[in-house]
Design a binder for this molecule. Sequence first.
Ligand SMILES: Cc1ncc(COP(=O)(O)O)c(C=O)c1O
Length: 463
Amino acid sequence: MVLHSGNTNQANRRGGSNPLVGGRNPAFAATLTLPHHRLAEEPLPADTALQLVRDELLLDGNARLNLATFVTTWMEPQARDLMAECVDKNMIDKDEYPQTADLERRCVSILADLWHAPDQADVIGCSTTGSSEACMLAGMALKRRWSKLGRTGRPNLVMGANVQVCWEKFCEYWEVEPRLVPMDGDRFHLSAEEAVAHCDENTIGVVAILGSTFDGSYEPVAQIAGALDELAGRTGWDIPVHVDGASGAMIAPFLDPDLVWDFQLPRVASINTSGHKYGLVYPGVGWVLWRNHDALPQELVFNVNYLGGEMPTFALNFSRPGAEVAAQYYTFVRLGREGFRAVQQASRDVAMGLSARIAELGPFRLLTRGDELPVFAFTTTPDVTSFDVFDVSRRLRERGWLVPAYTFPANRTDLAVLRVVCRNGFTNDLADLLIDDLSRDLPELQAQSGPTHDPKASTAFHH
Ligand SMILES: Cc1ncc(COP(=O)(O)O)c(C=O)c1O
């Protein structure tokens, strides 16, 4: 460390023998040049360290203007307080923090009820760090269940090419062949016919997404399950469905109560969701539930000590913060069904209102309207030649809006879109400001001689 002036030894002396205690010199931080990639020799007073780190973080985007993420960027102050109080609790210490463990179990029961589990007593589920870990666990259960059938071929998993990258990771890490059904024309997600056409006796499961990361649309879970029922009758291949409800499993129960997509379908073996997406909790918490004990092979479950007894756990991580689980339970208690419905409806209303106004601007065509997930994707109309979606994304960023532009996967790599995720805290008022900025940018974009984006630059986007 290079210390130009001010002296940490002096600071230490002021604070006594403990180097973590020190007084504050408001000008001190300005005088420091710190190494960024190795430890400095000397400690700093806490206020100085805080100022330095906080200042650097000013360079991050503003989370509330981040329309790229599905992840919660606003919670009530009471939830923040609760999280701060629980930040020192380790979720795995069930014996030491039995009440946190109980809140986790209550959350699993609440989700089982929301997702129409036929037998609450037989449901098994757990919290995770997010949907990615939840999907890994669900995929492992599918693979293990398949391997017990004694088949000898290479296991495969059928899903749309629109799956989130966590499923490709699962296949790579657990040596399963990913059978990615490509998009086709204006079909941007998996269909029942295509799902069944890609299955064989070594298919460990079919992943149905509620809803798609690419455009917010729901995949037809009931139709996929029905087609697999028919396949089972014809061939004897009893292929389970996992519903990746990272976002939609916390939207559909409140806004689309008549949609049948969950454990009401006997073929649905497991469901995951991200507590930190439309579960309305700060990152990172996810959930995965199996409809019954048969769907989760017992050898995958490990026991930890709990109040002197044993508690089953299934996780990739061992240690994990308890704060998010407490915050999830707080959110359930705080909102109830009606509160959740109102919050999710408000996000859908903002999404649909905003998408309609974007369509009215003229140069844009909507792929989705935000009437399933409160998420919509749009592209430029065919007559637009002076700019592309990447230019729009860059111009909006100049005002602080983070709206990603990306190309679609196999078969539709010709299609590049912008996507807007409307979440709790993204108000009509902010949506008005986004429209104002977009409208202000359009004349300059239309005056360009052509898109400024380098087509060779990578445009893959894996949120
Ligand atoms: C459909 C889907 N599945 C899985 C994930 C991964 O979720 P997480 O970020 O909670 O790990 C996402 C994230 O956007 C998603 O949209």
